[in-house]
Design a protein around this ligand. Structure first.
Ligand code: NI
Length: 172
């Protein structure tokens, strides 16, 4: 297991569409362990494989760790099979878009299918933060960041802010 660096926007790799996992083997489980370590080290609640530079359709998530209990979940090849018409708005952030939080509107409830780290298929109905987080992470698999849901004007403003912060960090 290893903590790996997390890519940040505007790194072009974050725009890559990830490919499905063909076989859930030890290599995939090792990648999931690295993703989970990297997520915890960065104090995040979700991470997609492409965020550590691996274009595979894998997500790790832990929505409960803020209470001090680690309860990681893994989603391999997740697919949304249903979305509610009702929308919900949450203030989102992203480890690849550091220090920026903005409201994003998404389906309030979804149904999804995915494989677990043993390759077993599961179905899930999600609402609230889990539904939002799954949709956010699944966007990463398509090369989409949460700021891509904002207006073009707002997005370029935020990207400029991000690049300025990066330069300051590199200089300091
Ligand atoms: Ni993200």
């Amino acid at each position: 297991m290893a903590v790996r660096p997390i890519l940040t926007a505007p790194d072009p790799r974050l725009k890559v569409v990830s490919t499905p996992v063909e076989t859930v083997d030890d290599g995939i489980r090792k990648l999931i362990a690295d993703m989970t370590d990297s997520m915890y080290a960065a104090d995040g609640i979700g991470l997609a494989a492409i965020q550590i530079g691996e274009p595979k359709r894998i997500i790790v998530m832990d929505l409960d760790q803020r209470d001090g209990n680690k309860n990681p979940r893994h989603f391999i090849n997740p697919v949304i099979t249903w979305r509610s018409d009702e929308l919900a708005s949450f203030e989102e952030g992203c480890l690849s878009v550091p220090e920026i939080w903005e409201d994003v509107e998404r389906a309030e409830r979804i149904k999804a299918e995915y494989l677990d780290s043993d390759g077993k298929k599961h179905e899930l109905e999600a609402d609230s933060l889990l539904a939002t987080c799954l949709q956010h992470e699944m966007d990463h698999l398509e090369g989409i960041l949460f700021i891509d849901h904002l207006s073009k004007l707002k997005r370029s403003m935020l990207l400029r802010k991000l690049q300025k912060a990066k330069r300051l960090k590199d200089a300091g």
